[in-house]
Design a protein around this ligand. Structure first.
Ligand code: G4P
Length: 528
């Protein structure tokens, strides 16, 4: 059966995100991949904390100040017959719903682990989201040029802490000063580490022709480990990889540009192409000729000079052509998509055609919301991709100068619509409470209120809280107090912010008739 042009384009797409704990090497890896893609010519363009150069994806002033990437950006480039889309996710301690939402827009994930540290807290958090969605996860164990944990221990850490089975696609021979190279089990090659970003690929079958390697004591010692892997390790199973049940593991060094090419080539071979996605009318195949996609992120004021709002659209089916008219399912309005962009970090290029798996930015004249489905020829469908993520930190907010109340409300409304922060009202007095997944969102919020709306605000912290939504429409407000704070969300649904696990348990025991919903466990509680 011959493939249609649409199917050919889909089969080329590899849309993925790189996740890691801060400092594991995500930026360094991204930079190396962009070098392969000829997107950048010189290392250090993506980031150089110490040289004062900043990531191309640093859009906002605050990012520059902190030297981190707050908002997720998209980088696209062709590579060896593939069309690669890398979605950047913030790597610092604080991250937002934006990070989680970005993970809904990818088809696979690369998880970077620092070999000297093992599995770290933020990796666990991000991993859980990927796991929930059944996304294929590829692991890259970084910094083999340094003395790190024992590779076998790292594998068991991944299996035990993260609860996913692993299959080493390659195996390191030594590490740090004694690092000899990696045995590429998949291609049966030996990749010899020569330092200075140099590697040499040798046929493993003929390794006896290279006595400086074959007779090296590190080489000999590694043979036992290999035997152990062959006998006791998991089997490689493409289908289990695709379901996110088995993670292929690669070893290397991003900084030394070692093992990266082998990793990337193998990753592209096994990473998922765009798959059918769930809607209210069942699964929609990417090669369905009718165009459809959904908005997973909205970013206002990306360019302060233009005061624009850009909605990020993940294309799920059909072909996108600039100038086409699409329907917004929520409002049933028709919109002509003229101003559309594809991203290479902060530079944007007009995009004329795009295919499933691609992310495009569309100019938003204030008509879109996060979660909106856009279609052409398939009106009425809605993608159900974006669960609400319960905020973990809460703060009351008020405007310092009451004369600025109007701008204050406008700012809150727009920034909440962007989805970086969630809005609640204290039921007893209508005080405004903001909830976010991390502290950074409050800093960004304050900064943007000041910079974009000219409003100074004041926070009173409520600290970490455990939120539960109430199933019932009516509640008796006398049951609640400051430890179990009754609030309404922006859709007027009741929720309770519990001070800690203890107050939650106490309340649950005393009020068995009140249905408390944990958003992390309830998939059908829609955000928008
Ligand atoms: P992140 O985006 O995940 O936060 O990590 P990033 O790439 O910024 O890397 C964090 C630090 O680890 C950087 O050093 C980077 O050079 C170093 N690094 C990344 N990969 C490797 C590797 O394979 N081996 C070794 N030895 N180091 C690696 P830094 O000093 O914090 O920053 P910089 O001044 O070098 O940018």
């Amino acid at each position: 059966m011959t493939m249609t042009n649409l199917q050919k384009e889909i089969s080329k797409r590899r849309t993925f995100a790189i996740i890691s704990h801060p400092d594991a090497g995500k930026t360094t890896m991204t930079e190396k991949l962009l070098l392969f893609g000829n997107v950048i010519r010189e290392a250090g363009t993506v980031k150089g904390k110490k040289t004062g150069k900043f990531a191309a994806s640093d859009w906002m002033e605050i990012e520059k100040k902190r030297g981190i990437s707050v908002t997720s950006s998209v980088m696209s480039f062709p590579y060896h017959g593939h069309h690669v889309n890398i979605l950047d996710t913030p790597g610092h301690e604080d991250f937002s719903e934006d990070t989680y939402r970005t993970l809904t827009a990818v088809d696979s994930v690369v998880m970077i682990i620092d070999s000297t540290k093992g599995v770290e807290p933020q990796t666990i958090k991000l991993f859980k989201v990927c796991r929930m969605r059944g996304i294929p996860i590829f692991t890259f164990i970084n910094k083999l040029d340094r003395e790190g944990k024992d590779p076998l221990d790292l594998l068991s850490e991944i299996e035990e802490v993260l609860g996913i089975e692993s299959y080493p696609m390659n195996w390191p021979f030594g590490m740090g000063k004694r690092f000899l190279g990696i045995y590429d089990r998949h291609n049966n090659d030996f990749v010899h580490y020569k330092g200075n970003e140099e590697e040499e690929i040798l046929p493993y079958d003929q390794i006896e022709n290279y006595p400086q390697i074959a007779n090296n004591e590190v080489f000999q010692a590694s043979q036992d480990e290999l035997l152990l892997l062959e006998e006791a390790g998991n089997e490689f199973d493409v289908e289990r990889v695709a379901k996110g049940e088995l993670t292929p593991v690669f070893f290397g060094s991003a900084l030394a540009n070692f093992g990266i090419k082998t990793f990337f080539d193998t990753f592209l071979q096994f990473a998922s192409e765009p798959k059918p996605r769930k809607t209210n009318e069942g699964l929609i195949d990417p090669d369905n000729e009718a165009f459809s996609g959904y908005i997973f992120k909205i970013q206002a004021n990306m360019n302060p000079a233009h005061r624009d709002r850009i909605a990020f659209l993940r294309i799920c089916s059909g072909k996108f052509e600039r100038g086409m008219t699409v329907h917004v399912s929520r409002t049933n309005k028709a919109i002509k998509l003229n101003q559309t962009q594809q991203f290479m970090a902060s530079s944007r290029e007009t995009v004329d055609v795009a295919y499933p798996g691609d992310i495009i930015g569309i100019y938003d004249p204030n008509v879109y919301q996060i979660g909106d489905t856009l279609t052409a020829g398939k009106e009425g469908i809605e993608y159900h991709e974006l669960p609400v993520f319960p905020p973990e930190i809460y703060k009351k907010v008020r405007v310092k100068n009451v004369m600025k109340s109007k701008q204050f409300r406008k700012g809150i409304e727009q920034l909440v619509q962007e989805g970086a922060i969630q809005l609640f009202y204290q039921d007893s007095n209508d005080d405004i409470i903001l909830g976010a997944v991390g502290q950074l969102q409050f800093d960004v919020f304050e900064y943007r209120m000041e910079g974009e709306y000219n409003v100074s605000i004041e926070f009173t912290t409520l600290g970490g809280r455990i939120p539960r939504w109430i199933g019932q429409k009516d509640v008796d407000s006398r049951l609640f107090d400051s430890r179990s704070l009754l609030v309404r969300d922006r859709f007027d649904r009741y929720a309770v912010l519990f001070e800690n696990e203890f107050t939650l348990r106490y309340f649950t025991d005393k009020n068995k008739d009140i249905e408390l919903i944990d958003l992390l466990e309830s998939n059908d509680y829609k955000s928008v």
